[in-house]
Design a protein around this ligand. Structure first.
Ligand code: SAM
Length: 279
């Protein structure tokens, strides 16, 4: 027997599953970070009727609902209002004064999950009298998350941490000004939605956005391997205007990547960068 290839059965089955998803539906998870992806596919398998990963494939090819369930199982959509309040505080104090020099401001939240980050940012823009001049694009590959974000009705539990984080992030009013409660749900004030366009967009397989003044892509790249991170960083760099602001999550960085020389670091801790090369 030829022993050149030493790949375990589980890895082969995962490769086949990802290839099937890509070839049939165009979603490309092949360069996602393997340990976390393997864990999530394992969880999906455990909670399903299937005995093995290979068994999923024929159903997946026949039935788009299996794909949708897989996407929901594979994507990590955890988020919260003002996640990492220090990031929001620093953006408000250091970046917003600079944004005030622009008559129109294009903002892209790439990988917005269920929208808490988008509404947190929108509240700050509103409090700094910037909201009216903003076009805000909020995208995610997960359609179910985008629909929740668009609807802006959340479980009431988001309020406790949201109120605490809002204060830590330098919120200027009362957090209650921005939502009303109905039974066990909170509904975000409709006025915050006026300038936001929500849509599905896949950072791996879809094209870039143009002329962005600020891009937030926070806590998304951590799920990709280094090659894919670099590919997506190139797309995001292309989408930013010269002097545009780029924000990553605390565990992410541009340092290793092919675009690292295109940026000046404005905050090492909060991962805020400014594009200093025109390309
Ligand atoms: C952990 S959440 C981050 C949410 C928010 N940015 C935050 O920091 O709280 C990661 C999001 O990235 C999205 N995502 C993963 N791969 C993606 C891709 N290829 N294109 C667009 N979004 C993607 C997931 O669906 C998920 O909603």
């Amino acid at each position: 027997m030829n022993k050149i290839h030493n790949v375990g059965n589980e890895e082969i089955e995962i490769n086949l599953l990802l290839e099937a998803i890509y070839q049939k539906y165009g979603y490309d998870f092949r360069n996602y970070s393997r340990p976390s992806l393997t864990r999530r596919i394992g969880n999906f398998l455990q909670n399903s009727k299937y005995q093995s990963i290979a068994e999923i494939i024929p159903d997946l090819l026949d039935d788009v609902t299996v794909l949708k369930n897989m996407i929901n199982a594979i994507s990590v959509t955890v988020t919260e209002m003002y996640r990492d309040p220090d990031f929001f505080k620093e953006t408000r104090e250091k970046i917003f004064p600079y944004l005030k020099s622009y008559p129109r401001i294009n903002i892209w939240h790439a990988g917005c999950a269920t929208g808490e980050e988008v509404y947190s940012f929108a509240i700050m823009l509103f409090e700094e009298q910037l909201y009216d001049r903003c076009n805000i694009y909020a995208t995610d590959m997960n359609e179910q998350s985008v629909n929740i974000a668009k609807e802006a009705i959340f479980p009431i539990d988001i309020i406790k941490i949201g109120t605490e984080n809002y204060r830590k992030a330098g919120g200027k009013h009362s957090f209650t000004d921005y939502y009303y409660s109905k039974f066990d749900r909170v509904i975000i004030d409709n006025n915050l939605k006026n300038n936001i366009t929500f849509s599905t967009h896949n950072l791996v397989t879809d094209g870039c956005f143009n002329q962005m003044h600020i891009i937030l892509c926070r806590n998304v790249l951590i799920y990709f391997n280094k090659d894919l991170q670099d590919q997506v960083l190139q797309l995001l760099t292309k989408s930013l205007l010269y002097n545009g602001i780029f924000c990553l999550g605390p565990k992410e960085s541009i340092d290793f990547s092919s675009v690292s020389n295109d940026f000046e670091t404005l905050s090492k801790i909060n991962k805020i960068y400014k594009k200093t090369k025109a390309r």
